[in-house]
Design a protein. Structure first.
Length: 216
């Protein structure tokens, strides 16, 4: 199943209940519950509607969509086609370990960005592009001095790539991508729609988290 993870959005998080069963310290008798069954069914459904990946165009800018949850990070590399649709080129995801689960929200979101850029480096290094996140404080990561040593190191590491950070609300980040396996249901977000959504997100995002927390 892991062979297809590049075609399945948020594979690491969805498969967590199943991969937890394979840990060395787990008993030989597998306890199959509702979480495991839901994970299995969801992966099977996604595998049947695997997303068609686009071929990258070196003449077009790239977008790296990043998001984090309590359990891991998910990233998607896209480019806009002539109709303004964001076409996925690759997906990447990672589960958090015990230490990472204790990070502050901004640290989890910042790690999603750094993880995604490293995963897609072979396509985006040297190219101008955009990082899209639903976490508003990330916009200021390179504009202020982070209080967390971890965030300071990551802010320096991000300077390797020529990508700006754009905030868009969570709903817009998900909906602007084509629906997996069904071109007829693609949401055709144009630039004017995204600009309106971004303006609304800026108004709602004021007062967001400004500090990175302490390093664990």
């Amino acid at each position: 199943m892991g062979f297809y993870r590049a075609y399945i959005p948020n594979y690491a998080e969805i498969s967590t209940p199943l991969t937890e069963l394979t840990k060395k310290n787990k008993p030989n008798d597998v306890s199959w519950g509702e979480a495991e069954q839901n994970s299995f069914v969801k992966l099977k459904e996604l595998l049947c509607e695997v997303t068609s990946l686009a071929t990258p165009d070196a003449n077009l800018p790239f977008q790296v969509h990043c998001d984090a949850s309590d359990y891991g990070v998910g990233c998607c590399l896209t480019q806009q086609d002539t109709e303004g649709i964001y076409r996925p080129i690759a997906f990447a995801s990672q589960k958090f370990n015990a230490t990472q689960k204790n990070w502050a929200s901004i640290e989890k979101e910042a790690w999603a960005v750094l993880y995604g850029l490293n995963k897609f480096d072979k396509w985006i290094y040297g190219a101008k592009g955009e990082i899209i996140s639903d976490h508003n404080p990330l916009k200021y990561l390179n504009q202020t001095t982070p209080k967390s040593p971890k965030l300071t190191r990551w802010a320096l590491a991000l300077q390797r790539w020529n990508h700006s950070i754009t905030h868009r609300p969570g709903g817009a980040c998900k909906e602007q991508l084509p629906a997996p396996g069904n071109r007829s249901n693609e949401r055709r977000y144009r630039e004017k729609d995204l600009a309106t959504t971004e303006k609304k997100g800026r108004n709602e995002g004021e007062g967001g988290e400004k500090n990175g927390g302490r390093e664990k």
